[in-house]
Design a protein around this ligand. Structure first.
Ligand code: ADP
Length: 169
């Protein structure tokens, strides 16, 4: 009986939002890990209401960094970018939710931290483009691509946070 009423309450909520659910690949870069900002970053995404489905501390091999940033290969800063991303462990995450990709970009702020608005992660916690603490996917397509690049299938978790019906109607 209890499970029946649970279904009546929870199921429409899950079905309604299923199609709009996106994945964003979020990564605390080596400077963020070294500066002890991992908890701060995770906390901001948790408090916003997104769902964590993947999380690991990881030393990124050069080949993976090159694949991840392949669109920037022609840029003058590309070699230093690869050195930076592979210079120490990163924290790889996948956050899920309706509109998570664009919202994460807003939470993160502009690429250049000096231009990032106060209240954003880069605006509050960083000063230089070459040490801007965090990565976030720039489109839902790249969210999927980057998730597949950084995580194996078995590393992701499907789950329903207890707060789900209190977060969305
Ligand atoms: P974002 O990370 O905000 O999506 P981009 O995709 O343009 O920004 O660049 C990817 C990353 O490359 C940046 O987050 C930053 O670490 C690095 N980067 C971009 N532009 C520069 C630059 N002019 N000098 C040094 N590093 C840069």
């Amino acid at each position: 009986r209890a499970s029946k009423s649970t279904h009546r309450i929870f199921l429409p909520h899950l079905v309604a939002s299923l199609e709009q659910v996106e994945q964003s690949y979020i990564m605390v870069k080596p400077d963020g890990v070294q500066r002890g900002l991992v908890g701060e970053v995770i906390s901001r995404f948790e408090r916003k209401g997104f769902k964590l489905t993947g999380l690991k501390l990881f030393q990124c091999p050069k080949e993976l960094a090159e694949e991840h940033y392949k669109d920037l290969k022609a840029k003058s800063f590309y070699p230093t970018l690869i050195d930076y991303i592979t210079s120490g462990p990163v924290v790889c995450m996948v956050w899920e939710g309706v509109g998570v990709v664009a919202s994460a970009r807003k939470l993160i702020g502009s690429t250049n931290p000096l231009q990032a608005e106060p209240g954003t992660i880069r605006g509050d916690l960083a000063v230089q483009t070459g040490r801007n603490v965090i990565h976030g996917s720039d489109s839902p397509e790249n969210g999927k691509r980057e998730t597949a690049l950084w995580f194996k299938e078995g590393e992701l978790c499907e789950w329903t946070p207890a707060q789900a019906p209190w977060l969305m109607e």
